[in-house]
Design a protein around this ligand. Structure first.
Ligand code: MSP
Length: 507
């Protein structure tokens, strides 16, 4: 049986329609899922929505609809967005799904009965737009450290999860599992800034609003956000339901991909919940940086964004996917701007990739009526080029194993650049003038076609539709080898441009 790979995105708050920042996490997860499938893994790729809480309740009230009606609209829009981005998720979990709600109630009762959840009193500073409680030390100038808005004090009866009880076990786990939190810098931040100063128990129920999963034995309480949210990763697989086959098959997750601001919930609260439930911990939590616009996080609360579909309509889906995957060194923040997007389209997609494919296939038609036989006349310059083609898969695989997606793409585009250079160095148009060089010319084109074919196969995970278009032009949709082949004759289809240069850079 194939090895399994369970990858998740965070479940997003459907408090407003999603922006390019949400697309960022989801596109990365999609590229990783596709790459793993291509490598033969049995992949389960999950995304979803985190639908309860005070903020949604307030938004629905403002819109004069029920919370469920409110989120249904946004979820519909989100699913359409994921379709527009060609996101190949296998599962979509909503925290309003019955399977989730029932399992969360069972988890709550179980943890209460075994003494890990207890009743107490909650006192805290609360930021309503971010739905976050903060301790006084976390506030910045008395305001919410995430969005900079006013916070207010809240005191109410609440249930708590005993994080403190598991603190030492958690530190030991993190220290003995160096891959658990990545990148490394986030691990140090978690240990030094959050765990070592001492864990405060976590509030897991509220009475001040009602849009949530009721606590079964104390109905004025609803389960509070992180216990409801984090458990999605197991409830969707059927944990504590009648059918837990998928849970047995896919848990523990291989990768939780999350933004840097929620790493602490995934590497402190979530592992502790799992320890309390006596379940294995996820293999890795990767905390990525944010896409920023003019130095600010793109955010619903700040309202500084366009619908991502506008970019797709204007520049094409694969341009958006490529930009997001390529522009941000994984783990760090990266700037999103249309200018930068256009630059990438022109330099990488239209020039480097598009031109290479078009001029190679055009020469194939012009000089050999589209029919190119395997190599006949080899020259010294070919050796290094063929070696680069043969090495590319291993290089990309190594980068993808560490989720260095931007670098993996950089390597593929470096081979495309080398291919363009190979054309400049071998000057096919000069070879074409000399009849005695026909076999050499054919070999040059053959080598180029092999390079393009391998690159197109490697681009599948990142730009699925461009990859198919190239393979279709090469008439090689089933030639999936990721190495240079000696005997792969071509009967080319007509070329057409893959990406148009964008001339107007002032938008
Ligand atoms: N509902 C919680 C997650 C619960 S997971 C058990 C949540 N939702 S969110 O909608 O606010 O954010 C979801 C994810 O989107 C986070 O990982 C966050 O980092 C990511 N992003 C939101 N804005 C972003 C950018 N501007 N750039 C990159 N990622 C961003 O938190």
């Amino acid at each position: 049986m194939n090895k399994k790979f369970y990858i998740t995105t965070p479940i997003y708050y459907p408090s407003a329609n999603f922006h390019i920042g949400h697309c960022y996490t989801t596109i990365i997860a999609d590229a990783i899922a596709r790459f793993k499938r291509q490598e033969g893994y049995d992949v389960c790729f999950q995304t979803g929505t985190d639908e309860h809480g005070q903020k949604i309740e307030l938004k629905a009230k403002e819109a004069n609809v029920s919370p469920k009606q409110y989120v249904d609209e946004i979820v519909k829009n989100a699913i359409d967005l994921w379709d527009s981005l060609d996101i190949s998720y296998d599962k979509f979990i909503r925290t309003t799904d019955e399977i989730h709600e029932k399992a969360v109630q069972k988890i709550f009762v179980k943890l209460y009965e075994q003494g890990d959840i207890y009743k107490g009193e909650y006192k805290g500073m609360y930021c309503t737009p971010c739905e976050s409680f903060w301790t006084n030390t976390q506030l910045v100038d008395g305001k919410c450290p995430d969005c900079g808005r006013e916070v207010h004090e809240v005191i109410e009866e609440a249930y708590f999860l005993k994080l403190s009880k598991y603190q030492d076990r958690l530190v030991e786990y993190i220290e003995t599992h160096p891959d658990f939190i990545q990148p490394e810098s986030r691990k140090n931040e978690m240990i030094n800034n959050f765990i070592k100063p001492g864990l405060e128990d976590l509030c897991v129920s509220r009475t001040s609003f009602s849009w949530g999963i009721p606590v079964p034995f104390d109905q004025k309480h609803v389960v509070y956000v992180w216990l409801d949210a984090l458990t999605n990763y197991i409830t969707s697989l059927g944990y504590l339901s009648d059918d837990d086959e998928e849970f047995k098959k896919y848990w523990p997750a291989d990768l939780h991909l999350v933004g840097k601001e929620i790493v602490r919930f995934h590497t402190i609260v979530w592992p502790i919940m799992l320890m309390a439930l006596d379940l294995p911990l996820p293999k890795q939590v990767f905390g990525h940086g944010w896409l920023v616009i003019h130095g600010q996080k793109i955010s619903k609360s700040l309202g500084n964004y366009k619908d991502p579909r506008e970019y797709i309509d204007k520049y094409g889906l694969d341009a958006v996917r490529y930009f997001v995957l390529r522009e941000v060194p994984f783990g760090n923040d990266g700037a999103f701007s249309e200018e930068a997007l256009i630059k990438r389209i022109n330099a990488d997609l239209a020039n480097n990739l598009g031109n290479l494919v078009q001029r190679t296939i055009s020469m194939g038609h012009k000089y050999f009526s589209g029919k190119i036989a395997p190599k006949k006349v080899e020259e010294a310059i070919d050796l290094e080029f063929i070696q680069s083609i043969n090495q590319i898969y291993k290089t990309v695989q190594e980068k993808m194993d560490n989720y260095h997606i931007s670098e993996a793409l950089e390597d593929i585009f470096e081979l495309l650049r080398k291919s363009n250079k190979y054309i400049d160095d071998t000057t096919p148009w000069i070879l074409a003038k000399d009849e005695s060089k026909t076999h050499r010319l054919e070999t040059v084109l053959y080598n180029l076609l092999e390079s393009i074919r391998v690159c197109a196969n490697l681009l599948k995970a990142f730009m699925p539709s461009t990859s198919s278009k190239i393979l279709e032009q090469l008439n090689k949709i089933d030639s999936l080898d990721l190495k240079y082949l000696d005997n792969n004759s071509y009967d080319l289809n007509k070329p057409y441009p893959l990406f148009k240069r964008i001339e107007d850079t002032k938008n």
